[in-house]
Design a protein around this ligand. Structure first.
Ligand code: SF4
Ligand code: SF4
Length: 726
């Protein structure tokens, strides 16, 4: 994997390439009392403080510097490796010194000397000494194969506290094949041993791909046995020199698994453990900690609580072998060249860096994400995938809460009846199509979205609906017995226990009044409960099962009982209802409908025909809503009340209109009174708290000049969408 040429650097373990990682850990403090050079806080010295005060910009804390592209190995997939001579345009020692002078004028960072193989550069010791002289903190990222005893001694003598070494496989077979050199595995381990013998700390960098994904435990064990102080799994960024590895790139879900493994492994590992090029890790830390009931603070999680995922252009920067400055080695947009402009000028004035430093400029789901300050997504992956480095990270499986809410608001009030509806939604919301799909699927999985499909007007399809209520006497077991018998009828769509003398409330949908009466008679006979109210609506003032809080689609203030727009004798119409009454796919719903209808009707149906008919039905009120049917409890509306009112008949329409105009009434109907039940008007209200519900009821009471009976559902026996045609 990108071995020899090194990953051009990353905050936290830069340099590596990954081979050559940042041996300095992260930009926090390093200390070793035996060696005064080892105690420092990078990027926090006098020059850095003065720079930050002067410009309002953070000074770089880590600079990854590809001091050569030369390499002694020819690793698999590393297009740029494969030769040992200096590459054209590499900086001379004098040029390197000028760069270090300029860096030192604004900061005192960890300076990761990487490659290629940095030890191929004969003047590396001069570079290291000069870096120390200027107050910088040099470290080395290497493939480890050139570190014999004398090189290890030199590394120690030149004050290098830690070296990062790339090791991607736990066996000679895997590593040698990958490195393109027999014996490379053993040479790397020997290099590590030599470093340890001279008291130099070692960090093992492992790039995780599909090739070694199953070997992470073995890699961790190997690093531990070798005496490493730190283990940094790198998640491949398939850009630039990583492009050739795109086929072995993990999927977003596999990333989640590896990062969750890393989180758990860190809990017991004595090594400092830092997934790199994996900004989502900082989101996962917080998610896992929340599951454990722990808050992520410097006291509980140390530096992990203080840093963030992607630091490219923020406190981390990469300089290429020819002097190009980029946010990181994978971010293929150079911001200037140190041969032409001072590094400090590039760092201060690059508009791309300015974008990266302002998290408010992130777009797509990263822009809406509650974790954007601690994660930020990999900007290099966004750039490679979309051409927009501020776009959403394409390899993150997480769907931010706000994205779900945005999508839910849209799909409740109207899923687009257009070809590729998710693409339409994505364009509307500034998200990607895949994020919209993922948001809907995740809400389905958690139960917030119960069904995607049509909500039909039963009367327009020629069906009759009614609300029924039974007075069931007896204990809980008796009530459950009766409720089960009621729910068993497919015509019953909803069935609840409510706190009233009539305690079992259910809705029925039947082809006509006669069959409803027969059904009620059957239920009475089956249950033995003969006190059953039949409350078909006599007027409809509102029906809106949309909890977006934005749109108040109010149904016409008249009962829509005319069966217009739907032809029960047209097999096309019947088949379309049969499809739309179910839970439809969102990937290609109208194509799916067309395919199913073609199959069942034995003639070709196109998605355009399906779309056209649904649009007509929406216009005619046959389809009340095409979109998400939600579980309102999952959306925080845990307090629901059916208010029943005794209203003077002459005022029904006036009060119905007033109730319909409120944002919190979802359904409002007039229904007949019964001798034993004096109420003739019903409104459903939904609150997130009992107080909110009480306030809503009080507001309605003021409008009506009356006090309702509030029936609260205490148990849900059944909640199903109507099935008009089996
Ligand atoms: S959506 Fe973006 S910011 Fe949020 S966790 Fe994923 S990558 Fe990070
Ligand atoms: S852009 Fe990606 S590879 Fe570069 S520093 Fe950020 S997370 Fe790492």
């Amino acid at each position: 994997m990108m071995v020899a040429q090194g990953h051009p650097g990353h905050p936290g373990h830069p340099g590596a390439g990954h081979p050559h990682g940042h041996p300095g850990g992260h930009p926090g403090a390093m200390s070793n009392t035996a060696n005064p050079r080892r105690s420092y806080r990078p990027g926090a010295g006098v020059a850095a403080r003065a720079y930050e005060e002067r410009t309002g910009i953070k000074a770089p804390r880590i600079v990854a510097w590809e001091i050569t592209r030369s390499c002694n190995l020819a690793c698999a997939h590393c297009r740029a490796a494969a030769h040992c001579k200096p590459y054209p345009g590499e900086l001379t020692l004098d040029e390197c010194k000028r760069v270090m002078d300029d860096i030192a004028s604004i900061t005192d960072p960890i300076l990761i000397l990487t490659g290629g193989e940095p030890l191929m550069r004969p003047d590396i010791w001069d570079i290291i000494d000069y870096a120390h002289e200027k107050g910088l903190h040099p470290v080395i990222g290497t493939n480890g194969t050139l570190i014999d005893d004398s090189v290890a001694a030199k590394i120690a003598d030149h004050g290098i506290p830690r070296v990062s070494v790339s090791l991607d496989f736990p066996t000679a077979e895997g590593q040698d094949a990958f490195r393109g050199k027999e014996g490379a595995f053993e040479e790397t381990l020997e290099g590590i041993r030599n470093l340890r013998a001279h008291g130099v700390g070692v960090q093992v960098n492992t790039t995780i791909t599909k090739m070694n994904n199953g070997l992470v435990d073995d890699m961790h064990s190997l690093a531990l046995e070798a005496g490493a102080e730190a283990f940094h799994p790198f998640l491949l960024v398939p850009t630039g020199r990583g492009e050739d590895l795109v086929d072995v790139e993990l999927t977003p879900d596999e990333y989640e698994e590896v990062l969750t493994w890393a989180y758990r492994c860190q809990k017991t590992s004595p090594m400092h453990f830092k997934p790199t090029d994996a900004p989502q890790y900082y989101r996962i830390i917080r998610q896992q900690a929340a599951l454990e009931g722990v808050e992520v603070t410097p006291e509980t999680y140390g530096m992990e609580a203080m840093t963030r995922g992607c630091l490219g252009g923020i406190t981390f920067v990469f300089i290429s072998h020819v002097g190009d400055v980029q946010p990181c080695g994978y971010f293929d947009m150079q911001q200037g060249n140190v041969k032409e402009r001072p590094f400090s000028d590039i760092w201060t004035n690059s508009p791309v860096f300015a974008d990266l430093r302002d998290y408010g400029r992130l777009r797509g789901k990263c822009g809406a994400c509650e974790y954007k300050r601690v994660c930020g997504g990999c900007r290099a992956r966004a750039l490679a995938a979309t051409g927009d480095y501020l776009a959403e990270e394409p390899y993150c499986a997480y769907v931010p809460r706000r994205v779900c809410q945005l999508v839910l608001d849209e799909i409740q009030s109207g899923f687009p009846v257009e070809d590729d509806p998710c693409a339409v939604l994505a364009a509307r919301l500034g998200l990607t199509r895949s994020t919209v799909l993922a948001a809907i699927e995740s809400m389905r999985a958690e139960g917030t979205v119960r069904r995607m499909g049509a909500s039909f007007s039963s009367p327009k399809l020629g069906f009759k609906s009614s609300l029924c209520a039974m007075a069931v006497h007896g204990d809980e077991a008796e009530i459950d017995r009766v409720a089960a018998l009621v729910s068993a009828h497919p015509e019953v769509t909803h069935n609840y226990l409510r706190n009233a003398c009539y305690n079992v409330w259910f809705t029925v949908i039947t082809p006509d009044d006669k069959s409803r009466k027969r059904l009620i008679e059957t239920i009475v006979a089956e249950t033995g409960c003969d006190d059953c109210l039949d409350l078909p609506s006599t007027a409809l003032y509102k029906i809106r099962v949309d909890f977006s809080g934005r749109k108040a689609e109010t149904a016409p203030a008249a009962l829509d009982d005319e069966a217009t727009g739907f032809d029960p004798d047209d097999p096309f119409d019947v088949e379309l209802v049969r499809w739309a009454q179910g839970d439809v796919s969102v990937e290609d719903p109208y194509g799916e409908a067309a395919a199913k209808m073609t199959d069942r009707l034995g003639r070709h149906v196109t998605s355009e025909q399906v779309i056209e008919r649904i649009r007509e039905w929406k216009a005619l009120g046959v389809v009340r809503r095409f979109g998400a049917m939600v579980k309102h409890q999952n959306m925080g509306y845990a307090f629901n009340g059916m208010t029943a009112w005794d209203i003077e008949p002459g005022r029904l329409d006036e009060i119905g209109a007033a109730f319909a105009a409120t944002s919190f009434v979802s359904h409002c109907y007039a229904r007949p009174r019964h001798d034993s039940w004096p109420y003739n008007f019903y409104a459903m209200v939904h609150g997130k708290t009992q107080q909110e519900l009480d306030d809503q009821v009080a507001a309605l009471s003021a409008l009506a000049g009356a006090t309702p009976k509030v029936l609260v559902s205490t148990k849900e026996f059944k909640k199903a969408s109507p099935v008009y045609f089996e």
